[in-house]
Design a protein around this ligand. Structure first.
Ligand SMILES: *Cc1c(COP(=O)(O)O)cnc(C)c1O
Length: 463
């Protein structure tokens, strides 16, 4: 069988039409889905058809049947978790990545995507204020970026202690003490589990969720041997930043590897208005962030950067006789990520950065923060509502009184459908949490969302 362009055209044309219809529906559709996964598994499931179906018809069927079960996550009124939308250039680039179908492992075999990702990596280091010589890998998200950065740290601190991890494994190795703030993200623990490092030592946090430096100094002094310190740039409830520069200085005295989880918050470095939140962050050894959150590229795209020369490749490099290496120049993409085969997910990052430019990235970050502050101000004016955090970045945590009342308001808000904010628990109480992470959120979205929140508080139905 020969693939001809006309074999693809109908399926792609239909996909474009469905895509544009979906995007056009975002301003007016309820943000919440109308059907549950259980309802839809009946629609999509059943016995597999006995024979082939037309490609364009399959695309139509998918689009039509999925429609009621789609959450309007790319909407400017979606403030759940920390999700991010998709910039037009990034979406277009993501389609090209699928069409090109490059296995982005090696510079030799896929020079275009290797060069694009190389450029994107250099731009990222510059924008995020990271050392220009750091190695950058494009992974699926911050979970894997944390895993990858911590893996490089595990290898290095063991090597510093005279232990060859590649040869001798973890069994019998010096115990690594991993120190984390009490409010680190749950995926840090997950990454530590993948790495066989066990439960971390929890260092108490302050009222905004920042690691306490006095407690950190005590904990560092308490033991000896290899240490990894995992800091946070952007707490999911408060948006707060650990004092990274000061914590790095303490950690240095103990030869610790410092990793920073900045899944959405590392982007504060891209704006002069928020850069101060991260002062000293360039002193760390490794950093994790997402492109699918603050930068607004499609899923899935996370970024890991490791400063120590060779440390990333030492942890992640693949060796096999059939892999062709180019001599000199940068390492191969496969030496900077856990996988061998993967899509060229750095390409949409390049497109997002190229379309925004330096000022556009700063403006994106500043708008997110401005809208978060506007939402926090509007919410503070609602009777009985309390904003619990200092709104330093994109996150707002709110209580409406006791837990039952907060849950009631949250449920009413989600049923209303105008916007979406997540319920959560923070510092022992139920909260409503707002994350502003979509490039398209504007003043109208903020106003409509505040009106919906007023309605939810008063128990009124949408008019
Ligand atoms: C979202 C998030 C993660 C996990 O990132 P994924 O992209 O979901 O893998 C880790 N840390 C923080 C602070 C986050 O906000």
């Amino acid at each position: 069988m020969t693939a001809r362009p006309e074999d693809y055209a109908p399926a792609l044309d239909h996909a474009v039409a469905h895509t544009l219809a979906w995007l056009a529906s975002l301003p007016d559709r309820p943000v919440r889905p109308r059907a549950t996964a259980d309802e839809l598994s009946g629609v999509f499931g059943g016995p597999l058809q006995s024979g082939p179906s037309d490609a364009a018809e399959v695309v139509d069927l998918l689009a039509r049947q999925a429609e009621p079960g789609l959450m309007a996550m790319p909407s400017g009124r979606f403030y759940g978790w920390v999700i991010g939308g998709t910039l037009p250039a990034a979406l277009g680039a993501d389609w090209l990545v699928s069409a090109w179908d490059q296995n982005a492992a090696m510079r030799y075999s896929t020079p275009a995507t290797a060069a694009i990702e190389q450029a994107a990596g250099e731009w990222l280091l510059d924008l995020l204020g990271l050392p220009a010589h750091a190695d950058v890998g494009f992974v699926t998200g911050a979970t894997m970026a944390n895993f990858t950065g911590l893996a490089a740290g595990r290898q290095q601190v063991l090597a510093d202690a005279g232990w060859d991890l590649d040869r001798d494994g973890l069994t019998g190795a010096p115990r690594i003490r991993v120190l984390v703030g009490a409010e680190r993200h749950a995926t840090v623990d997950q990454a530590l589990r993948y790495l066989g490092l066990g439960a971390p030592v929890e260092v108490p946090a302050d009222e905004q969720g920042r690691i306490r430096l006095d407690a950190l100094a005590d904990e560092l002094a308490r033991g000896s041997g290899p240490v990894i310190l995992c800091l946070q740039a952007g707490n999911i409830h408060s948006g707060a930043y650990d004092d990274i520069g000061a914590a790095c200085a303490l950690a240095r005295e103990h030869g610790a590897w410092v990793h920073v989880d900045g899944a959405f918050g590392l982007w504060a470095a891209a704006s002069p208005a928020t850069r101060h939140l991260m002062s000293g962050h360039e002193l760390a050894d490794s950093w994790a962030t997402d492109a699918h959150k603050t930068l607004n590229v499609p899923y899935d795209c996370g970024i890991v950067a490791v400063a120590r020369p060779g440390a990333l490749a030492a942890a992640m490099g693949t060796q096999a006789s059939y892999l062709v290496r180019t001599d000199g120049g940068p390492s191969d993409p496969q030496d900077r990520v856990p996988e061998l085969s993967r899509r060229a997910r750095g390409v949409p990052v390049w497109a997002a950065l190229r379309s925004l430019g330096r000022s556009g990235v700063a403006d994106l970050v500043e708008r997110l923060v401005r809208h978060a502050r506007a939402l926090a101000d509007g919410i503070s004016a609602i009777e009985g509502a309390t904003v619990l955090n200092d709104v330093v970045f994109t996150q707002v945590s709110v209580s409406f009184g006791d837990d039952a009342r907060t849950r009631e308001v949250t449920a009413r808000l989600l049923a209303d459908g105008t916007c979406w904010m997540s319920g959560s628990r923070w510092q022992g109480r139920d909260i409503l949490r707002v994350s502003v992470s979509n490039w398209s959120t504007d003043d109208t979205d903020v106003a409509a969302s505040l009106t919906a929140l007023h309605r939810a508080c008063e128990g009124r139905a949408p008019s």
